[in-house]
Design a protein around this ligand. Structure first.
Ligand code: RFL
Ligand code: PHB
Length: 390
């Protein structure tokens, strides 16, 4: 098989890139190690920046998101028993975010790819990129007892943090920077109406809590937990009790509870690999960078990477210019590092760190107090939360 762009990974970055390229007449194949069912069943992010929404529109897959997604103009910072609303819309001259689950976005992209007849190979093992430092790169993978080969012009490594693309790069050619946080998030999904119309990010002595949603009837809630916490120790009743204790009383009293149908623990880390291009191999999304979920940036960064790579490939194929390809890594990393900084800052401001002493605690309180009394400080938060421009 031969295509112009071979994409490793059928997550949001691989699918969105494939869809944009397909619409522009550039041939792709997507190769993923997981099954279609597994990919459609993953529960992850929920908040889309306007840039991500615009890319979904450009890819021609925005109809259901526009109909069912929930535009949000603000969110609450809850601490000291009260709410402080961050007026995203007012602070950013009219920008907002869209609450729409990554699971739904993935479903829309896979549905459109299938309708358009572009190929995806699921359950491929030993996917390996070859010769990307020369002019004739190719991928190999095993399936049905055979090894297959895909020749291509470029390889997009959209295969997440645990993928093969980053690992295929010689160690001396890549630099990684990492920070692991001393806690995780325990999250549930439940078919109950959200406690509030807007998201609530809560700082509490017992630990951080987040009230999010997937629709007007489906809630997504998270609590900060210890890294060695075991999911079996968290009955639904224990989760609801702990969540209520971390929220201001009026929210705790209004909370509707019910059985959870998804429950998982995710560790928190910041990670960046530099550069993000190696000859004809590009790293995209989680394959190159991870942020803690507190700023809702992971999926949105994957989308902005796709924006830069798509435009670079368009320039290559349509304008015969490699300027965008040569600039890809520098452009992407400039935006990535600002989101890494913002996600770290939100995480630091809102979580309880096990090793924090009186000094760290007082600084955190001062940070929240400043934020709630300075429009300039609120504007910085809002501008980053809705997403820096690209
Ligand atoms: P993905 O979504 O991880 O997709 C990668 C795809 O590559 C495939 N793959 C391979 N294929 C072939 N060969 C291999 N060796 C392969 N290894 C992996 C995988 O099967 C998969 O289909 O990366 P992508 O597309 O870059 O998208 C990034 C986003 O998924 C990610 O940034 C966010 O979901 C991060 N994230 C969250 N972000 C938020 O903004 N808010 C959240 O609440 C939030 N929660 C989460 C998250 C990420 C999580 N992960 C990665 C474990 C919760 C979790 C649990
Ligand atoms: C989610 O809805 O899953 C979600 C929302 C906001 C975040 C993180 C996760 O910051």
């Amino acid at each position: 098989m031969r295509v112009q762009v071979a994409i490793i990974g059928s997550g949001p970055s691989g699918l969105l890139l494939g869809q944009l390229l397909g619409k522009a007449g550039i041939e792709t194949v997507i190769v993923d190690r997981s099954s279609r069912e597994h990919i459609l069943g993953r529960v992850r992010a929920g908040v889309l920046e306007e840039g991500t929404v615009a890319l979904m529109n450009r890819a021609g897959v925005a109809a259901r998101m526009q109909a069912e997604g929930l535009p949000h103009d603000g969110f609450s910072l809850a601490f000291d028993g009260r709410d402080h609303r961050i007026d995203l819309f007012g602070l950013t001259s009219g920008k907002r975010v869209m609450v729409y689950g990554q699971t739904e976005l993935t479903r829309d992209l896979i549905g459109q790819r299938e309708a358009d007849g572009h190929p995806t190979i699921y359950e491929a093992s030993n996917v390996t990129p070859h010769d990307f430092d020369g002019t004739t790169p190719y991928l190999t993978y095993d399936k049905d007892g055979k090894t297959h080969r895909i020749d291509c012009d470029f390889i997009a490594g959209c295969d997440g943090f645990h993928g093969v693309s980053r690992k295929a790069v010689p160690e001396k050619a890549i630099r990684t920077v990492e920070k692991v946080y001393p806690f995780g998030w325990l999250g549930i999904l439940s078919e109950v109406p959200p406690v509030s119309d807007e998201l609530i990010y809560a700082n509490h002595a017992r630990g951080f809590a987040l009230c999010s949603m997937r629709s007007r009837t489906r809630s997504r809630y998270y609590i900060q937990c210890a890294l060695d916490e075991k999911i079996e120790n968290w009955s639904d009743a224990r989760f609801w009790d702990e969540l209520r204790r971390r929220l201001p009383a009026h929210h705790a009293e209004a909370m509707v509870t019910g059985p959870s149908f998804e429950k998982s623990i995710a560790p928190l880390r910041s990670f960046v690999a530099e550069p993000m291009r190696f000859g004809r191999l590009f790293l995209v999304g989680d394959a190159a960078h991870i942020v803690p979920p507190t700023g809702a940036k992971g999926l949105n960064l994957a989308a902005s990477d796709v924006h830069y790579l798509f435009n670079a490939l368009l320039e290559h194929y349509h304008d015969r210019s490699n300027a965008g390809i040569d600039a890809y890594s520098v452009r992407v990393l400039a935006r990535v590092w600002k989101a890494v900084r913002f996600s770290w800052w939100m995480t630091t401001m809102l979580h309880r760190f096990p090793e924090a002493g009186d000094f760290e605690q007082k600084i955190q309180e001062a940070e929240l107090d400043y934020l709630t009394h300075s429009r300039a400080a609120e504007t910085v938060l809002a501008e980053n939360y809705v997403g820096l421009p690209y």
